[in-house]
Design a protein around this ligand. Structure first.
Ligand SMILES: [Mg+2]
Length: 349
């Protein structure tokens, strides 16, 4: 079936076997990163067969790499970039894409693709990708070849934080970084087995349930914020989202004016008690959040934030981030992605 195109399949044999690096890879090949232990419905062998078949149809050579940790996925992306891979696909949710993004240098010619298999798949939703793996891969390979849509250079964001030893850490993001209630809701899954069970049962709405539970017990987070070097202002933060894209999950546009090609990130700042972010849900769903009282919409290229009491939790592309985060930068035109059907969230308008 795949006689015309060679392939390599690198799957660790046991949980303790060493990580297997990419081998025999050539420029213009396609790399897929899968996690055999992920909880999604597709068995990894079925998923591998789909990846290979889609590339075979497009006349591309596929390499499927099984990774068990985000660090291994990041390392695979770094290797794919160094060997000149045309694209690297994350098979999973937005966290899978985030792990690959960390391994791609700014301006890498290796495009980032998505095989949406996570709980929310926000990037795939924002860019209107087909929902089945085979169709999603085929459409993005068509974009790579300019047959349908095109590869696009988009902005990314970068969060700066300090480690325990005082050194500086950086983490790139594709979708958003968010301080306050939203991050507390994400963090809630780390602490509560009951909430994790709910998430596996009902999926994405479990985030809203977690946010309501957090809103009942959380106080606002006073912070000092400076945008693009201007004089800092002090504000009680309920929730503060630095958006590259528009959606929070796939249910509401929290940053309805954001685009990934304008060289800026959009700050959506909800002031006051955390429950205000819940109370504003109807306006958020209607796309009117920027006009609501006590809400500020402020595009920026660099944000610096200092907690004035407890550090608020932060989430970065849907996963908990470091509480010591102190700044966010935009990286204009830093990432090549495959957009078979560019939407307004990508191109604006
Ligand atoms: Mg933007």
């Amino acid at each position: 079936m795949f006689a015309s195109h060679c392939l390599s399949l690198r799957v660790p044999q046991t949980p303790d076997s060493p990580y297997l690096a990419l081998m025999n890879q050539h420029p213009d090949d396609i790399v897929f990163v899968i996690n055999p232990n992920a909880g999604h419905a597709l068995h990894h062998r079925t998923l591998t067969a789909i990846c290979l078949a889609a590339c075979d149809q497009a006349g591309r050579v596929a390499h499927v790499v099984a990774t068990r940790t985000p660090e291994e996925a990041t390392e695979t992306a770094r290797q794919a970039h160094e060997s000149g891979a045309a694209a690297i696909f994350g098979c999973g949710g937005d966290g899978s894409l985030s792990a690959l993004l960390q391994g791609l240098p700014v301006g890498s010619d290796t495009a980032l693709g998505a095989v949406p298999l996570g709980t929310a798949n926000v990037w795939a939703y924002e860019t209107n990708l087909p929902t089945t793996p085979m169709a999603a891969i085929a459409a993005q390979l068509a974009a790579l070849d300019g047959i349908q849509g095109e590869p696009l250079w988009i902005d990314t964001g970068k969060v700066w934080s300090t480690r325990e030893d005082g050194s500086i850490a950086e983490q790139r993001f594709l979708l958003m970084a968010s301080w306050g209630l939203d991050a507390a809701a994400v963090e809630g899954f780390e602490h509560s087995q009951r909430r994790r069970r709910l998430k596996s049962w009902i999926g994405e709405p479990a985030y809203f349930v977690s946010a309501v539970q957090e809103a009942l017990s959380r106080r606002p987070w006073p912070m000092s914020i400076s945008l693009d070097g201007a004089a800092p202002f002090t504000v009680d933060v309920a929730m503060m989202t630095a958006g590259n894209t528009r959606m929070i999950g796939t249910w509401a546009e929290i940053n309805p004016k954001a685009t990934v090609v304008d060289g800026a990130l959009d700050l959506m700042l909800i002031e006051g008690a955390p429950w205000r972010a819940i109370a504003l849900t109807p306006l958020t769903l209607a796309g009117w959040l920027p006009q609501a009282s006590g809400v500020r919409h402020l595009p920026f290229q660099r944000l610096e934030a200092t907690p004035l009491r407890d550090a608020p939790p932060i989430q970065i592309d849907g996963d908990p981030g470091p509480a010591t985060a102190y700044a966010i930068d935009v990286e204009p035109g830093a990432l090549r992605v495959l957009c078979p059907e560019p939407t307004s969230a990508v191109l604006g308008g």
